[in-house]
Design a protein around this ligand. Structure first.
Ligand SMILES: NC(=O)c1ccc[n+]([C@@H]2O[C@H](COP(=O)([O-])OP(=O)(O)OC[C@H]3O[C@@H](n4cnc5c(N)ncnc54)[C@H](O)[C@@H]3O)[C@@H](O)[C@H]2O)c1
Ligand SMILES: O=C(O)C[C@H](O)C(=O)O
Length: 313
């Protein structure tokens, strides 16, 4: 299997490193626009192979998409990360241009690839990749839900003093402060989380999760990369190994949850064909209201992207 990761910065290089270290693909191509940057990162990952013991080949290129030809999966991480004081939406004008150019090159050389978008603002950059590639929603979708649920699971594991491996959870909605927590569907080793933790503490964890990206931006001056890179690699793994994993993924809803034509996080089955199925949960009135708020916010930013595209046409 051949996997391309576009953007050899913090998230892209971490994703490529996890793909190589866990031998998820036998050939990994890292692409960046900065001269020599992807080549250096790929060489460094390859030189780690004898130490850790893996044989996935990593290759880096500067803007040479011929080297990415016939990739099975492409992960797009190119674009600016936010700085303290910024929202993800503030990145839209720069990153839309980058995601558009990159997607054009990706589909030119790998027309059959499945595309996973990571660049922010995530839901709208996934929409941009969909518009540019013309691919069906099953083959172009975004990574955010695995990261958001991982944060939630990590906070819960800390609060309950249990292994994060035993916490199962799902979140929905846009990747941002309007994400939709679903504590009703959170279990700890099969036990509903509400039996193990009080409402106040759980609400505080949900709130911390919603602003989890911002917490890290404040601490580091730029956004997170270890968990995001690993989350994108986990999606690649589900596809190349046809695992049919159940993950929350950013996908264009086409009537599910009563929503049409908006990119939002929802639980799906992920396998060899990309999105194998969108799972429709029975939401209660409170959850439906939260999802509607999230839909409204993402739709506004999608409309802003449409207006930008019209203005520049
Ligand atoms: N979806 C998520 O959950 C999530 C999580 C973390 C970060 N992100 C987003 O991912 C993006 C990357 O974050 P990062 O921390 O890796 O940033 P970074 O600055 O470390 O890396 C971005 C890389 O993209 C490259 N790049 C820019 N334009 C390019 C182009 N046209 N072609 C190829 N490469 C190009 C840059 O040279 C840089 O190396 C940001 O937009 C960030 O907000 C999303
Ligand atoms: O917070 C950010 O800007 C990056 C990413 O979306 C995250 O949640 O870590």
């Amino acid at each position: 299997m051949k996997v391309t990761v576009v953007g050899a910065g913090n998230v892209g290089a971490t994703c490529a490193d996890v793909l190589a270290t866990r031998e998820i693909a036998n050939e990994i191509v890292l692409v960046d626009i900065k001269e020599g940057f992807a080549e250096g990162k790929a060489l460094d990952i390859w030189q780690k192979a004898p130490i850790i013991g893996y044989d996935s080949r990593t290759v880096g290129v500067t803007g040479d998409y011929t080297r990415t030809a016939d990739s099975d999966v492409v992960v797009i991480t190119s674009g600016l990360p936010r700085k303290p004081g910024m929202s993800r939406d503030d990145l839209i004008s720069t990153n839309a241009g980058i995601v558009k150019t990159v997607t054009e090159q990706v589909v030119k050389y790998s027309p059959n690839a499945i595309i996973i978008v990571v660049s922010n603002p995530l839901d709208v950059m996934t929409y941009q990749a969909h518009l540019t590639s013309g691919l069906p929603r099953e083959k172009v979708f975004g990574m955010a839900g695995i990261l958001d649920t991982a944060r939630y699971r990590a906070f819960l594991a800390e609060a309950l003093n249990v292994s994060p491996k035993d916490i199962q959870a799902v979140l929905m909605g846009g990747h941002g402060d309007t994400m939709v927590p679903l504590p009703r569907y959170t279990t700890v080793g099969g036990i509903p989380v509400t039996e193990l933790i009080g409402k106040e503490e759980l609400d505080a964890i949900v709130q911390r999760t919603a602003v989890g990206g911002g917490e890290l931006v404040k601490l580091m001056g730029t956004s997170a990369w270890y968990a995001p890179g690993a989350a994108a690699a986990q999606m690649v793994e589900a596809i190349v190994r046809d695992q049919r994993r159940v993950f929350p993924v950013c996908i264009e809803l086409q009537g599910e949850y009563g929503i049409n034509g908006v990119y939002l996080g929802a639980p799906v089955i992920l396998g060899r064909n990309g999105i194998e199925k969108v799972i429709e949960l029975q939401l209660n009135d409170e959850e439906k209201a939260l999802l509607e708020t999230s839909r409204g916010h993402v739709k506004e930013v999608m409309d802003a992207l449409d207006n930008m595209s019209k203005a520049s046409a």
